[in-house]
Write a protein that binds this ligand. Structure first.
Ligand SMILES: [Zn+2]
Length: 352
């Protein structure tokens, strides 16, 4: 949802149904890899790095960051004589590094806060380090530049192989709810059945798909509001005229509001070939375990039913064709703490 966040914010706080916390679900942390690279390295940064010009800056930091203790420790207290840029002002003893980031997968703001595990596969030594810059140039044949201090700590010399991983810990239920996990192996041999729809309430905010339009993607949303307010909003034809094919409550109940054969209004610019699934949650909620299981079961069925490629499951903001990419925080933190398609893909890989 969240196509017009302001409008929904101003509404009188719709009463959220009492969150029913499932009684003592066992939660297991799993590692979700958001970035990984392995290959040759070199070193960079600091007063002695004459490979950087005196005024060269860094992709992830600005002068303003020197005022922030979270970042200022990476830098020398004063600029080295004759320099103005942050590159030469890096403290070569601190642990930082550069990789050729794809900012779609790992946005700058995420990288600024991220801590990576940097390893020397040859001797098994590891250290935590902070992303600082974009590089090295692809023509070098190297995948990363490390601070001199980090390279020394790991026993790495120029053109040695380094492995860098950025991951997040995510909590998943050990025991799947509603038999979702039992459905998974079955699903590989026999087509999964359509999950039970608790209630079908047709939304007026839909249209016929153009003849010949194939359903080729699934778009995942967060309602940023209660079940009651989402169901009510999708039934109103005098308001934002939004809808979704499915709405999944925190307890795993699935509501359908638009037939798959029709277009719902859930992701401007990408409605033609997509199925929209709303999940009840606030901006800061993760999926509730029964909700995650229901969503995975529904997605499995949709993939099979419409022959949708597994790679075509997107978070609202990252959907190809969405008319305002970067314009919504949806699907918020439901699938993981980081706002990126990589987060969605990792959840799909682990759950669907
Ligand atoms: Zn959305």
């Amino acid at each position: 949802m969240a196509q017009k966040r302001k409008a929904s914010k101003k509404k009188p706080a719709a009463k959220r149904p009492q969150r029913k916390k499932p009684a003592k679900q066992k939660i297991q942390p799993v590692e979700e890899i958001l970035f990984r690279v392995e290959g040759k390295m070199s070193t960079f940064g600091g007063p002695k790095d004459t490979g950087m010009s005196a005024s060269e800056g860094l992709a992830l930091f600005t002068q303003a960051d020197l005022q922030d203790p979270k970042y200022s420790y990476l830098f020398l207290p004063t600029p080295p004589p004759g320099t103005t840029g942050l590159g030469r002002r890096l403290n070569p003893d601190k642990y930082y590094f550069a990789c050729r980031w794809n900012y779609n997968d790992t946005p700058r703001e995420f990288l600024k806060r991220a801590l990576a595990r940097v390893e020397n596969p040859a001797n098994g030594r590891t250290a935590d380090a902070r992303p600082a810059d974009w590089g090295p140039n692809i023509s070098t044949g190297r995948v990363a530049d490390l601070s001199p201090g980090l390279a020394a700590a790991l026993g790495l010399q120029t053109d040695d192989v380094v492995r860098i991983t950025i991951s997040a810990l995510r909590a998943i239920p050990v025991k799947p709810v509603k038999g979702a996990k039992q459905a998974a192996p079955v699903g590989r041999t026999a087509p999964p059945g359509k999950p039970v729809i608790k209630q079908f309430t047709r939304s007026p905010n839909c249209s016929s798909r153009n003849v010949g339009t194939k359903i080729d993607k699934i778009v995942l949303h967060c309602t940023e509001g209660s079940l009651a307010s989402a169901l009510a909003e999708f039934q109103r034809s005098d308001s934002r005229k939004v809808s979704a094919h499915y709405v999944i409550d925190r307890n795993g109940d699935i509501y359908q509001m638009v037939n798959d054969a029709d277009c719902a209004n859930h992701c401007m610019g990408a409605n033609a070939g997509s199925i929209g699934i709303e999940h009840i949650g606030s901006e800061t909620d993760a999926l509730a375990p029964p909700q995650a299981a229901a969503s995975a079961a529904l997605i499995r069925w949709l993939l099979q039913e419409h022959q949708i490629p597994r790679t075509n499951i997107f978070g609202h903001d990252f959907t190809p064709g969405y008319s305002r990419p970067g314009g919504t925080s949806c699907p918020d933190k439901l699938f993981g703490p980081v706002h990126s398609q990589a987060t969605i893909a990792a959840w799909v890989a682990a759950n669907v």
